[in-house]
Design a protein. Structure first.
Length: 307
């Protein structure tokens, strides 16, 4: 029997949550507490295996220096974005991996188009770039808070009812452009329930090591839960494509969210057929000469040490 490919082996933890625009999307139909038929112990084993695989792929990605990988993580407060990054990318060579967190735009950033600050942080060839939030925030927070558009310095006549549809079109074109230039895009929406968010907020308030993460703004935004859910549904529905699909990740169980995200990244890297560069004939001949010279140098050193 032929051995399963890695992508096939991990597909059960990926395909149920991948949205590529080929069918209608309804956020409510996606459970936040799914576990993929696993328990936590089994999930931790998969997570550990994926860490090792990711480290190996990242080394080849860096050495080959052709592809780049952009991982986008979106989700409401306490959805687990920070901890997912820490858990999934543990052991990765930091020289080839960079995390960028996008918060409220600065005045300098508002002087540019809404994708400018993200474009400036795109990963170079051979690297993995992780966006903790992204240009999608400018199709999310600004819709939940329309007053923010007034501070964005956009010409008033361009702020129309078609603005969000136009931004979706721009994002799709931008992601297609990146894909055509060798950037593989992996997008994850960490889908958490309102009850689980409540529990995590309480954990933050009760633990000294987590309370610094809490902000009163978190509670204010929680009151707009329904609006955020509706806008996220709209974003996933209109920006899911074959080249840049969304993964709607069940995130009530952090360990399973990490299984899904890690598996999707590993499977995507596996499909790139990454390999270490092979030296050409001229280089091999040159290396042989260098080896010989180094061996002779060592032999000469040992001879001098003999009494």
């Amino acid at each position: 029997m032929a051995k399963k490919s890695l992508s096939t082996e991990l597909d059960a933890f990926i395909s149920p949550f991948r949205i590529d625009g080929s069918s209608k999307f309804h956020l409510q139909s996606h459970k936040t507490n799914a576990k993929g038929g696993l328990d936590k112990e089994a999930g931790e084993k998969i997570l550990d295996a994926n860490r090792k695989r990711l480290a190996e792929f990242q080394e080849k990605l860096f050495a080959q220096d052709r592809w780049s990988v952009l991982v986008i993580l979106q989700g409401l407060d306490a959805a687990g974005k920070d901890s997912a990054i820490k858990a999934i990318f543990e052991g990765i060579n930091p020289q080839g991996c960079e995390v960028t967190s996008f918060k409220q735009p600065t005045n300098h950033e508002l002087e540019h188009d809404f994708m400018w600050r993200c474009v400036a942080s795109l990963p170079k060839r051979g690297d993995i770039g992780i966006f903790n939030r992204s240009y999608y925030e400018d199709c999310l927070v600004t819709r939940v808070h329309p007053e923010l558009i007034r501070h964005a310095k956009i010409p008033p006549k361009l702020v129309t009812k078609n603005m969000w549809r136009e931004r979706f079109e721009d994002i799709i074109a931008f992601e297609r452009y990146l894909s055509r230039n060798g950037t593989m895009i992996l997008k994850f929406f960490l889908n958490i329930s309102k009850e689980e968010q409540r529990k995590r907020f309480l954990d933050r308030l009760e633990e000294p090591g987590k309370i610094w993460k809490f902000s009163m703004n978190d509670v204010t935004e929680r009151a707009r839960w329904g609006r955020y859910q509706a806008v996220y549904q709209d974003i996933v529905r209109h920006t899911s494509t074959k080249v840049a699909p969304w993964h709607v990740v069940p995130s009530d169980h952090k360990w399973f969210a990490r299984v899904v995200i890690g598996s999707a990244i590993v499977a995507a890297l596996d499909r790139l057929d990454l390999r270490f560069p092979r030296a050409d004939k001229a280089s091999l001949e040159e290396f042989a000469k260098v080896r010989k010279a180094l061996e002779q140098e060592d032999a000469g050193t040992r001879k001098k040490k003999q009494p």
